[in-house]
Design a binder for this molecule. Structure first.
Ligand SMILES: [Zn+2]
Length: 371
């Protein structure tokens, strides 16, 4: 059972999380690389993605654990990483662990899901010579970012979303809103117009750590905000029945869900970070999202719309209003329930998943794993 000490793995803010992460890495054998965000900062303080390799550089197998792909969701992923590092368990010689802390440090520090360019990193991994068009988002864009934040604008937004859901179904509505869009740079779930700084970091890491050449690699990308409160859903976006999808089920059991089969709380999405790993790993591993539930999806859309409205107003007018402060707090509370029961569930499940990943990597290849 996690102890009071373990609960202390959770940080108050990005800087606190970084301090705890670096302190947990310090006594361990390995290598730390700190990647400084070249343009963004927080009140003139620099921001970093920190990458710590625990274990041998030559290890045949690698477990990668990522936090903060969605900025503010970094509270849970960071705590899971710190909790594991504090156990100070050095893996066997043929396995290394790679901890990527705060992949989107701007979002973590500023309490946004998105990065310094309003980009949702988990929609940014597309081929930008073939940008998709999200027709559903186009129909809903004017209520997702309304001209004013008033009672009547909100009522109109709710009615429009309800009408859309009645016409197209609930799942299609979620796909329209959150599946990813590339036409509204100030909107929600915007995938960007080119590869972001964080995407380029992932691509460089894949090369620098020779991750395409290792014997087996598992990637766990930790998020929060979808699904039942405190439950850690393991989501596979590998093509159903592909070797990687089947391996995920063998190694992690029946709790693995698949959006493509409709078994996940997540809908199908464009430009996921997963797709970079799918290309890099081929059949030599699997990449899963570990998604910790918080509150209802309708509430998520509300807090995201509100925060984005006041944030865009701030970008235009330069005034950090009280409304923006309140919206930031509500967004933080949504994605990071600062409650002991939720934190215990995060620590328990993330330990379980990492243990399963290491056991899978250690296991003898089955007939299914032969290439
Ligand atoms: Zn997320």
């Amino acid at each position: 059972m996690p102890t009071q000490y373990a609960i202390d793995c959770f940080a108050e803010n990005y800087f606190d999380a970084r301090d705890k992460f670096l302190a947990a890495c310090a006594p361990l054998p390995g290598q730390l690389k700190s990647l400084r965000q070249p343009v963004a900062h927080y009140e003139n303080r620099p921001l970093f993605t920190d990458v710590f390799r625990l274990g041998s550089e030559q290890a045949e197998k690698v477990l990668i654990v990522i936090s903060g792909t969605h900025g503010v969701e970094g509270f849970c992923g960071s705590a899971a990483q710190i909790n594991w590092l504090r156990q100070q368990t050095v893996p066997d010689n043929d396995i290394a662990l790679l901890f990527i802390h705060a992949l989107n440090p701007y979002g973590f520090a500023h309490l946004r899901r998105v990065n310094e360019d309003n980009i949702d990193l988990n929609r940014n991994f597309i081929d930008f010579t073939k940008v998709p068009v999200n027709e559903g988002y186009r129909q809903l864009a004017s209520v997702l970012l309304p001209p004013q934040w008033t009672e009547s604008c909100n009522r109109e937004a709710l009615m429009t979303l309800a009408n859309y859901a009645e016409q197209h179904g609930r799942r299609q509505t979620e796909e329209a809103v959150s599946g990813g869009q590339y036409q509204y740079a100030d909107g929600l779930f915007y995938g960007g117009s080119k590869p972001s700084w964080s995407r380029r970091n992932i691509e460089t890491l894949i090369q620098d750590y020779h991750l395409s050449k290792r014997g087996a690699v598992v990637v766990i990308d930790i998020h929060s905000g979808l699904g039942p409160y405190g439950y850690g859903e393991l989501i596979s976006d590998h093509p159903p029945l592909s070797p990687a999808a089947l391996r995920a089920r063998r190694w992690f059991g029946d709790s693995v869900t698949e959006p493509a089969l409709g078994t996940s709380t997540s809908v199908l999405k464009q430009g996921l970070l997963d797709y970079a790993w799918h290309d890099a790993l081929g059949d030599r591993g699997c990449c899963l999202t570990l998604e910790f539930g918080t509150y209802a999806v309708d509430e998520m859309f509300r807090v995201l719309r509100e925060e984005n409205y006041f944030r865009q107003q701030f970008f235009r007018e330069g005034i950090a209003s009280e409304s923006l402060q309140n919206a930031r707090q509500r967004l933080r509370d949504y994605f990071f329930p600062d409650k002991e029961d939720w934190k215990e569930m995060v620590l328990f499940r993330s330990c379980q998943v990492m243990r399963q990943a290491l056991a899978g990597l250690k296991s003898k290849p089955s007939a299914h794993d032969m290439r």
